[in-house]
Every structure is written in structure tokens, then in C-alpha cells.
Design a protein around this ligand. Structure first.
Ligand SMILES: [Zn+2]
Length: 194
């Protein structure tokens, strides 16, 4: 049986209504996450079409205003044609230091593949200078547990309220590097699971 192609469904966290996510001083989660997500998308689009076995889609939540539930429906509707891999990009607050990736804690293929992709995202972020807090698991986080088919990860790139951590992402160049690091992990994942 021929496998369905992979489609990456990118989104930045927050952005519906007045939700800007976490903020500390001039560091606003929504703005940072949008820049990282856009850089990830641009890097993926730059790959030669002849080399892509995968597709990518990115609709800015801030612009289109869709809710998480509508997003889950969009992802589900892609699953007749594709294996969906959805990536929601965030920044954290709470004074920690480094990046972490969340995926479902329900045992099975989604957890196994989410962990594989998350580990790769974290090791690529390390190469761009960020440190890793490792994989995190949840049965409750909506994004990674809905829809129930497909792989979903939620990336927390760093802590907006930690001065040491945000030295790593206080320029557009660094935010771009984070986005490209995530894109490289996605390409590696697709090549392995073609
Ligand atoms: Zn967030």
C-alpha cells in the first residue's frame, strides 16, 4: 500500500481575539512565535519542489482568526489525503530556561512519533544555541490531543520572562534561526517516514 504523503500544518500559538500569550517587557509571545513560525514556513518553501515528498500549510491565526476547534477541523479534513503532522509554536513564561516540546501522553504511535519529532526539534534548536528542557507529555493540552489522528507537537521555544534565556532570541536573526532549526527537523522527519 502506498503511504499518504505527509503534510506539515504550521501554526503560531495565540492570536485569536486579544490573546497575545505570555509577555514580559517588550517580549510578547505572539510576536516572537509568529516570527519563528514564518521563518520555519519560508525555509520549507525554499526547498526545491523536486525534493519534497511532503506538503506544508500555514494560515496565520492572527489574520484568519480561527479558533483551536476550527483548526482541529481543518487538520482532520486533511487526513483523507495526507498524514498530518501539526506543529504549534509558542514561547513560555514562568522563569524556566530553554526550549521544550510537548506531545500526547496517550500510549501509541502518536506518542512515539511525536517524541521522535520533538527530540529532533530540540536537538536542532540546540545547534542554533538554545538549550533543551526535553520532552513533556500531557493528556489534557488540547492541541496535541485533538484531532486524535496524526502527529501533533507543541514547541515552547524559550521563556519570555527569563533575561538569560531571552538573550538567545532577542534579535530577528536568532528568531529566524529557531524557525529554520524547526524546519530542518521537519524535513529530517519527512525523509525518514517517506
Ligand atoms: Zn503559548
Amino acid at each position: 500500500m502506498v503511504k499518504k504523503p505527509i503534510i506539515f500544518y504550521l501554526s503560531h500559538g495565540h492570536g485569536s481575539g486579544s490573546d497575545k500569550g505570555a509577555a514580559s517587557g517588550r517580549f510578547v509571545e505572539l510576536e516572537l512565535a509568529r516570527k519563528v513560525t514564518k521563518a520555519c514556513y519560508d525555509y520549507l518553501l525554499k526547498q526545491p519542489k523536486s525534493k519534497r515528498s511532503w506538503r506544508v500549510t500555514y494560515k496565520e491565526r492572527l489574520v484568519s482568526g480561527y479558533t483551536l476547534a476550527q483548526q482541529a477541523e481543518q487538520i482532520k479534513s486533511l487526513q483523507n489525503e495526507y498524514r498530518t503532522v501539526s506543529i504549534d509554536i509558542h514561547f513560555n513564561a514562568g522563569g524556566g530556561d530553554g526550549a521544550e516540546v510537548w506531545t500526547t501522553n496517550r500510549l501509541g504511535e502518536r506518542k512515539r512519533l511525536g517524541t521522535e519529532l520533538g527530540d529532533s526539534i530540540l536537538s536542532n534548536l540546540k545547534k542554533s544555541g538554545q538549550n533543551s528542557r526535553g520532552m513533556k507529555y500531557s493528556n489534557d493540552l488540547y492541541f496535541i490531543n485533538t484531532p486524535s489522528k496524526g502527529v501533533s507537537v507543541l514547541v515552547e521555544c524559550g521563556f519570555v520572562d527569563n533575561k538569560a534565556d531571552r538573550k538567545g532570541f532577542d534579535t530577528d536573526k536568532e528568531l529566524k534561526a529557531y524557525g529554520e532549526a524547526i524546519a530542518k527537523a521537519l524535513i529530517q522527519y519527512a525523509e525518514k517516514h517517506e
